[in-house]
Design a protein around this ligand. Structure first.
Ligand code: NAP
Length: 268
């Protein structure tokens, strides 16, 4: 996506992937200024660790406790996070109306934090945070109330929430913000048929095929979207942070859809 944007703008810059282990994260971050790298994106499992390592954080990265984007500002690293804004833009484009409604966020890591913030911005009245490790769901809920971001407290639960028919029937949006389906073949047990007809299933994971979380939702006739739109949006925001110019319209979207083997004209 980024290289397509550089080519389109005729910029002599390149975006490359580095495989970095958790033990080497601090070292890799320290290498950014001396190598003259303008910025980096970080993904699983580095986002929360980076927020602890980088001193200068944007307000959003601080609230989320996660960094997905590091900008080299004349040798000083600034940690930012474009995930929530990327997801919010995509959900608005999908017509997701959450005002005074219930949303369920599955997961409690950096992606889940971005999803919770997005649901708050979309006006959700109730947000249930369902996670394999309930203590992490509680910690995420506490982070939002402690930061005074909202009076709507996230309600921490275990994954048993996903088979609670009353809860599911009330949900307008269910977001998968775990790596289930990415690192595992199966998704957790979820009572898809208990959800309302207008419930939107959104998977932060993006892939060529429907994900393990979305397949049963599609089979049950529910609306479903994967995270390609979020990825495109957060990428365009990161491009602006790195290069101080707007990404050329539609170029990053077309590049990602091509890489995923999807019709570039398709709405994701
Ligand atoms: P993370 O901080 O590592 O969190 C991972 C989450 O997945 C935790 O809640 C963890 O539960 C849960 N999990 C992992 N394996 C599990 C399993 N086998 N069963 C049940 N729960 C499991 O990761 P993240 O940064 O939040 O990212 C989460 C996902 O979102 C990733 O797949 C990532 O690719 C995707 N993502 C996509 C975009 C996009 O632009 N589309 C942006 C951000 C993230 P525990 O707390 O119990 O360990």
């Amino acid at each position: 996506m980024h290289n397509a944007a550089y080519a389109s703008l005729g910029m002599n810059r390149t975006y490359a992937a580095f495989r970095v282990t958790s033990e080497k994260l601090a070292l890799a971050l320290r290498a950014i200024p001396p190598l003259g790298i303008v910025g980096v994106n970080l993904t699983v499992p580095h986002k929360e660790a980076a927020a602890r390592l980088i001193k200068d954080l944007s307000g959003e990265a601080r609230v989320l406790g996660a960094v997905n984007c590091v900008v080299n500002r004349r040798g000083v690293l600034r940690g930012d996070n474009t995930d929530a804004r990327g997801l919010e833009r995509d959900l608005r484009e999908l017509g997701c109306e959450l005002r005074d409604r219930l949303a369920i966020v599955i997961g409690a890591g950096g992606g889940a934090a971005a999803a919770v913030l997005t649901c708050l911005r979309l006006g959700a009245k109730r947000i249930v945070i369902a996670n394999r490790t309930p203590a992490r769901a509680s910690a995420l809920a506490r982070r939002f109330s402690a930061k005074g971001v909202t009076r709507t407290a996230g309600e921490p639960r275990g994954l048993d929430a996903l088979v609670d028919p009353e809860l599911l029937a009330d949900a307008r949006l269910i977001v998968n913000a775990t790596s289930m389906g990415l690192t595992t073949e199966r998704f957790a047990r979820l009572a898809y048929s208990s959800t309302a007809d207008d419930c939107l299933f959104y998977d932060l994971i993006y892939s060529r095929e429907a994900t393990a979380f979305l397949k049963p939702a599609i089979a049950a006739g529910r609306r479903a979207s994967d995270g390609a739109g979020m990825l495109i949006n957060q990428g365009e925001l990161a491009f602006k942070l790195f290069n101080r110019v707007d990404a050329p319209a539609g170029v990053m979207r077309a590049a990602l859809l091509k890489a995923l083997g999807r019709d570039p004209g398709a709405v994701v």
